[in-house]
Write a protein that binds this ligand. Structure first.
Ligand code: HSE
Length: 444
């Protein structure tokens, strides 16, 4: 059979990986796909650099639309990124009847509903394994491997940059700003790391997993997003003394009233496997009613790990593109007409409705009655305490210090209740600094 023809939009780190892996493993990939997969056109603004990567024999253009207009191209790989031109090109490729493979989590998390609807109407596939957790085949696992299950929750370390920073903060006892600079120097963090450190990248990814897991539309705008910029080395140390590590988790959970969709730093018991995922690695835990707990671990970024996911999508398309669209795996795992309506039966819950447990750190005056006042407010609000740790004032503020840190772990509480009681504690004259609140996930 004639090789399937692929046009590549954007040949940076991931695009080069796709090109190299396809070339290196072409024979194996052909045996799996049942036909060859060939990149025959590449579009990149830097034509010379692109030519240096792909060599002779492949047409390199600086206009992506030349690829979309080429009737011989079957699949377009979009590796441009962002919401702007990438959205226009993906929609144009779909309109031209091309299948699309993309690693663009931002685009799908924000415009997924529009893009998947356009693809369904045109009978083409939009494949996005590389958009979540890089080389880990988590989309395949959720959409196909776990298809028998009612998924209960997913919790993932799905941003390598922040996991690298948190690992360094813990192992070296350093503060966030210091480690971020080092991560940038080593190339683990971008020059503008905002999307990573503010949790936005992780929120894009968990939004996609949530849709696939629960059969809801992609709703990035409803996600609660909190990054790691306010974490201190002290909190990481105290958490460790209490038997926890702090990880930036993307969490989505099905509860009675709807779906939780949130990204924030979380205390995780040190004994959990996911708490021991260090450096730039990613891991996702999925809890299904039939299978129980499953864990997926691997590289969440990088040239060839991400290429591995992109090429898996190319092979899927090579195998399935002649199938009746009704018989392909649906984009979001559930048949489009069965997705819960955004306003209907399975809403994304506001953060105030989320129930979880908490780590609180209060900088207090080291005086009689302070602990009693604080715990009294928690008791009045019905918040049950799990553990309390108080450091010696000298250890916290130096010799002769009159201040100390009070660390409280709570049992499960509604976030709205916790907001109110934190406000009351903050108003106490003996609470001397803004209270630190970090959510705690037992993941059991
Ligand atoms: N910047 C991401 C990370 C990889 O640090 O994991 C691409 O989403």
């Amino acid at each position: 059979m004639k090789p399937i023809q692929v046009g590549l939009l954007g040949i940076g780190t991931v695009g080069s990986g796709v090109f190299n892996v396809l070339e290196r493993n072409q024979e194996e990939i052909r045996r799996r796909a049942g036909r060859g997969i060939e990149i025959t056109m590449v579009a990149d603004l830097d034509v010379e650099r692109a030519k240096a990567v792909v060599g002779d024999g492949i047409q390199v253009v600086n206009d992506a639309r030349a690829i979309i207009a080429n009737p011989d191209i079957d699949i377009v790989i979009e590796l441009i990124g962002g919401y702007g031109i990438a959205r226009a090109l993906v929609l144009e490729a779909i309109a031209a009847g091309k299948h699309v493979v993309t690693a663009n989590k931002a685009l799908l998390a924000v415009h997924g509903t529009e893009i998947f609807a356009a693809a369904s109407a045109k009978g083409v596939m939009v494949a996005f394994e590389a958009a979540v957790a890089g080389g880990i085949p988590i989309i395949k696992a959720l959409r196909e491997g776990l298809t028998a299950n009612r998924i209960q929750w997913i919790a993932g370390i799905i941003n390598g940059t922040t996991n690298f920073i948190l690992s360094e903060m813990r192992s070296k006892g350093l503060d966030f700003d210091v480690v971020l600079k080092e991560a940038q120097r080593l190339g683990y963090a971008e020059a503008d790391p905002t999307f990573d450190i503010e949790g936005v990248d992780a929120a894009h990814k968990v939004t996609l997993m949530s849709a696939i897991a629960f059969g809801v539309p992609v709703q990035f705008d409803k996600a609660y997003v909190e990054g790691i910029t306010k974490l201190s080395a002290a909190d990481i140390k105290y958490a460790e003394q209490l038997g926890y590590r702090i990880k930036l988790l993307g969490i989505t959970k099905r509860v009675d009233k709807g779906v939780e969709l949130r990204v924030h730093p979380s205390l995780v018991p040190s004994k959990r496997l996911i708490a021991n995922v260090e450096g730039a690695m990613n891991a996702v835990v999925v809890q299904g009613d039939a299978v129980g707990t499953t864990l997926y671990y691997g590289k969440g970024a990088g040239s060839e790990p991400t290429a591995s996911a992109v090429i898996a999508d190319l092979v899927d398309i090579a195998r399935l593109h002649t199938a009746d669209p009704e018989h392909r795996v649906p984009h979001l795992a559930f048949q489009p007409n069965t997705l819960a309506d955004a306003m209907g039966s399975l809403p994304v819950l506001p953060m105030s409705e989320v129930v979880t447990s908490y780590y609180l750190r209060l900088r207090v005056a080291d005086q009689a009655g302070v602990l009693a006042k604080v715990t009294g407010l928690l008791a009045e609000a019905g918040v049950s305490i799990d553990a309390v740790l108080q450091r010696e004032a000298d250890e916290v503020g130096g010799e002769g210090s009159t201040q100390t840190d009070l660390i409280i772990l709570t049992h499960d509480t509604r976030e709205g209740t916790m907001d109110a009681v934190i406000a009351q504690m903050q108003a106490l004259p003996t609470v001397l600094a803004p209270i630190t609140r970090i959510r705690k996930e037992e993941l059991n």
